[in-house]
Structures are given as structure tokens and as C-alpha cells.
Design a binder for this molecule. Structure first.
Ligand code: PLP
Length: 360
């Protein structure tokens, strides 16, 4: 019980996974194979996408998505300032340039108003956009889609934290030309490390496969194969995929439990100073979030003393040294200073939280 409350987040792995590992070991085939295929099918179904390709991480999924859609060195890419640094790194590592956009304080996702403002200020409009579905929240996709259509901007989604959440009756992971998922250990399901790239476009899928298979979408044996474009090896092994598969059917249950626990925390801790943001209809938070207006450090001390796990919100990406930007994004700055994710383990229950707060 102590660990369930005191560790901010850890994965939940079930024993069924070991039966599959035994099968994989017995077959002596540990590369990407039948388990990966099965996992890809499940993910495509879950995200209502036609095609899915697993990758070695969420970061390589993002990199693959950007390369597949055509982002090249010196291209400009619109990106919100609030995300895990991987989103911006995937752009920068290509030699492309992030164009920083502020977020909406209610969704913590990209602000379509700021996007439009920045577009209108420019002579040359960037051709690409990455949206980030922060913690299962979504930007106003109706507005984003109409802006992108109007200005011929192609967009991909960083859906690393939104598998299982929905927006406007569609699953997150289904918006944009390509979406990228992550299965690192603090996600809704984990493969240890891993990711996936999803699309409905056959040509883009072909690009995606070629990028993850060293430059040819047809995976040969690496001997007398021909390679028509630049790629690398972003495959995900069957062992990792078996781990992911063993959790896929628990996604809804896990998320529903977290939504309930979030309400319990709100009931106990919510006040004029500590605010629990509401997520949009159909949206499901991966982690329990709260915003604190004043006395941030006494809140941190309180959580530490109570042994309640938490994680502070990310610092603004546009202010990280590796990004070399001096742009200010007001809402990113505000949210970043105020926010915490509270303990969100899947085994956490209402009773445990109440019990904790009865104890001294
Ligand atoms: C929003 C976001 N984008 C990208 C990533 C990168 O994923 P990974 O750690 O699997 O490379 C993560 C997770 O860490 C994330 O939270």
C-alpha cells in the first residue's frame, strides 16, 4: 500500500506475459514478428486507424512520423511549448526548426488562437504542425483542422499520453495525418520501451515502414536487399510487443479507475488554491493533475511529508537550453509553474486515498 501511494507512477505487468515470453523463447524468434503484428492490429483498432507500425520508442515514432510526412532540414514546424522534450527533439534532430505556439490554459494543448496569430504574422507559413495530446487532453481539433486546411499545413499528433482517451467521439491517436504513441513505463500500457506510428494513408505507411526498416518498406533479410531511401532500425521485438499485448485490454479499466481517483483527490485537496482541471467530454486523464496558485513549496513539502507521490509539470520546452529560444509563451509559463501530477498508479483505490488522509 505504501508504494502504491508514494511512488508517483509505475507500470502494471501481469503474469500472462510470461507464458508468451516462453512461447517466443521456445520458437527461438525474438525479432519483430507475429506478436508485433498482433499488437499493431490491436492498436490500429483501438485508434480506428488503417495502418500501424510499432517502433523502438515514442521518440523514434515521432521522428519516423516527421520524416514520413516530409519534414527536412531547415523546415519550420509549429509546436506547442508545453510537452515532454522528446516532441521538440524529434524536430530538432532532423535539423528542422520549431516554431513555438502557446497553449490554451484549459486544455494544456496547443492554442488555435495563438496558432492563427502566429500564422498571420508570417510571410512564409510553415508547412507542418505537431499537436500534443497532453495527458489525454485534446486541443480544439475542429479549429485546428480548419486552420490546417486553410493554410495547407500538414499535421501529426504526439499521442504518447492519450491512448484510450477520446475527443468528439473519435479516439485520440486518430487525428492528423500521422499519430505517434509511446509505451515507455509511465504510459497507459508499456512495452518497457516502445512506440507506434499510425496513419490512414497507404503512401505514408509505406514511408513509415521504409524509415523503420533501413530504407525499404519490404523487410528482407538484410543481405541482397535494395534500399531506396534513408532509414534506420526502429523495430520493436516480439518480447516487448507481448508485454504490450498483455495490457491492451486493461486500458479502459485503468483509465476509469484514475478518473475516479482524481475526483477523490479533488474532494480532499481541492480548494480556492488547489484546482483540479476538468477534461473535455469523452477525455480520460492518464495522470491525476492539479494546479496550485500559491504556496507551491509548502504543497510540495506537504506531499513529501504525507508520502504521496507526485511529479512537477514540465518546464517550458522553448526555455530549455537545448532549444536556444528566447520566445515567451505566457500560458506555458503559467501552467508549468502551477502544475503537478499526483500519484496515478493503476492499483490505487478510493479507500487507500481516504485512509491516507485520515492518518496523520
Ligand atoms: C508527450 C510525450 N511525447 C513523447 C514522449 C517520448 O516517448 P518515449 O519516452 O517512448 O520515447 C513522451 C514520453 O516519454 C511523452 O510524454
Amino acid at each position: 500500500m505504501n508504494k502504491i501511494l508514494s511512488k508517483w507512477f509505475y507500470p502494471k505487468i501481469n503474469n500472462k506475459f510470461l507464458d508468451d515470453v516462453k512461447k517466443i523463447v521456445d520458437s527461438n524468434f525474438v525479432n519483430e514478428g507475429p506478436f508485433s503484428k498482433k499488437f499493431e492490429k490491436k492498436l490500429a483498432l483501438k485508434c480506428k486507424r488503417k495502418y500501424c507500425a510499432v517502433t523502438s520508442s515514442g521518440s523514434t515514432a515521432l521522428l519516423t512520423a516527421l520524416l514520413a510526412i516530409g519534414v527536412k532540414k531547415n523546415d519550420e514546424v509549429f509546436i506547442p511549448g508545453f510537452s515532454f522534450i522528446a516532441t521538440a527533439n524529434a524536430i530538432k534532430i532532423i535539423g528542422a526548426k520549431p516554431v513555438w505556439i502557446d497553449i490554451d490554459v484549459n486544455t494544456m494543448c496547443i492554442s488555435h488562437e495563438d496558432l492563427l496569430k502566429k500564422i498571420n504574422k508570417r510571410k512564409k507559413i510553415p508547412k507542418y504542425l505537431v499537436t500534443v495530446e497532453v495527458n489525454g487532453y485534446a486541443p480544439d481539433y475542429q479549429k485546428i483542422i480548419s486552420i490546417c486546411n486553410k493554410f495547407k499545413i500538414k499535421f501529426i499528433t504526439d499521442s504518447a499520453e492519450s491512448l484510450g482517451s477520446r475527443y468528439n467521439k473519435k479516439p485520440l491517436g486518430s487525428y492528423g495525418a500521422i499519430s505517434a504513441l509511446s509505451f515507455s513505463p509511465n504510459k497507459i500500457i508499456t512495452t518497457g520501451q516502445g512506440g507506434a506510428v499510425l496513419t490512414d494513408d497507404k503512401k505514408l505507411h509505406k514511408n513509415i515502414l521504409a524509415i523503420k526498416y533501413q530504407g525499404n518498406h519490404i523487410r528482407g533479410d538484410g543481405g541482397a536487399d535494395t534500399f531506396y531511401r534513408m532509414g534506420l532500425n526502429f523495430k520493436l521485438s516480439d518480447i516487448n510487443c507481448a508485454l504490450g499485448l498483455s495490457q491492451v485490454n486493461s486500458i479502459n479499466k485503468r483509465l476509469n479507475n484514475t478518473q475516479k481517483n482524481s475526483k477523490v483527490f479533488e474532494k480532499i485537496l481541492g480548494n480556492k488554491n488547489i484546482f483540479f482541471p476538468k477534461i473535455h467530454k469523452g477525455g480520460k486523464k492518464l495522470w491525476i493533475d492539479c494546479l496550485i496558485n500559491k504556496k507551491r513549496f509548502s504543497f510540495i513539502n506537504f506531499l513529501k511529508k504525507k508520502k504521496i507521490g507526485f511529479r512537477e509539470f514540465w518546464l517550458p520546452m522553448n526555455k530549455q537550453k537545448s532549444m536556444f529560444s528566447n520566445i515567451n509563451l505566457k500560458n506555458v509559463g503559467l501552467i508549468s509553474k502551477k502544475g503537478f501530477w499526483l500519484v496515478s498508479n493503476f492499483d490505487l483505490s478510493k479507500e487507500m486515498i481516504f485512509k491516507k488522509f485520515k492518518s496523520k
